[in-house]
Ligand binder design. Structure first.
Ligand SMILES: [Zn+2]
Ligand SMILES: [Zn+2]
Length: 293
């Protein structure tokens, strides 16, 4: 049984482990590896990032049982959704490792998603050679195609973003809390997640909230990537909250889910969300869609 894992360290804990070096990060990576969910590939991956607030965040790869691997959550995507959960807007440095010894660059898909954060090109990536412990740092821009580097005045991932959406069924607002970021109501949390989700190209924001059999609610919002097939869907974003804060529970303990999305958008998350939940959640999981405009 893996030791309980906290996916965010405050700035005091961050200072206590010291500089962002392979030697200091290795024990943190080793603590996180048992919390990866790589039952299909057998290849655990951990991402560690230090934010500009001085806090440290973790991401682990999560494969969804019974589903093709392209529905998986990469460790880097998990890290980004975890940053969003804690309203962290900038990453100073990032490290990716499969074993705590060797540190590698983010995968090509995730480089493009990471690039959606403002000034991310300057973020330092910790690298080692395949056997060495001595780390070097490179800028993320080194790993991006030139055409992607200079996009100035567009909204960026993790920035405070408020999509102007409105539930079509107005009677639902009777039960929506004013401050719903941490309330324990599925409708409130899914609406909030959709409101702050990131869909600059499709203009189709969406959010999902999940509840486990104990009554605890988890949520996450869609994150759209410049390379669109690496976007993080709203179910996966909510699953990041579930893995990070659900005490290691199995997905089978998810008993109800709500998706908020536009009724007539150019894309819909509904079919994918339903398919994922039918495969991984409680067989009797209730799935509802609240449409907005
Ligand atoms: Zn990746
Ligand atoms: Zn509420």
């Amino acid at each position: 049984m893996a030791q309980p894992m906290r996916f965010m360290l405050n700035h005091i804990e961050t200072e206590s482990y010291g500089a962002f070096t392979p030697q200091n990060l290795s024990p943190l990576i080793n603590r996180a590896i048992p919390h990866t969910r790589a039952q299909i590939s057998g290849s655990p991956v951990v991402a560690v990032g230090r934010g500009s607030s001085g806090r440290t965040f973790f991401g682990v790869n999560v494969e969804l049982p019974g589903l093709p691997l392209d529905h998986s959550i990469h460790a880097e995507q998990f890290l980004l959704a975890n940053l969003a959960l804690h309203f962290e807007q900038k990453l100073e440095c990032i490290a990716i490792s499969t074993n705590g010894n060797y540190f590698q660059e983010p995968c090509g898909h995730c480089c493009q998603l990471l690039h959606k954060i403002r000034d991310m090109s300057d973020t330092k990536i910790l690298l080692t050679n395949p056997t060495g412990q001595k780390g070097t740092y490179m800028n993320l821009s080194t790993f991006l195609p030139q055409g992607l580097i200079s996009q100035a005045n567009v909204p960026r991932l993790l920035e405070r973003n408020f999509n102007c959406i409105e539930l079509i069924n107005h009677s639902l607002y009777m039960d929506i809390c004013s401050y719903s970021e941490h309330c324990n109501h599925l409708n409130c949390r899914a609406l909030k997640a959709a409101t702050i989700s990131y869909a600059p190209d499709s203009k189709c924001p969406s959010g999902v909230a999940l509840i486990d059999h104990r009554g605890k609610v988890y949520s996450g919002g869609y994150m759209e990537s410049v390379a669109h097939n690496t976007s993080l869907g709203p179910v996966q974003a909510a699953l990041v909250d579930f893995v990070a804060n659900g005490d290691g529970q199995e997905f089978k303990n998810i008993v109800e889910a709500v998706l908020v999305e536009k009724k007539c958008g150019v894309l819909s998350q509904e079919a994918t969300a339903r398919m994922i939940l039918e495969k991984i959640a409680d067989p009797d999981c209730i799935f509802r869609v609240l449409h907005c405009k």
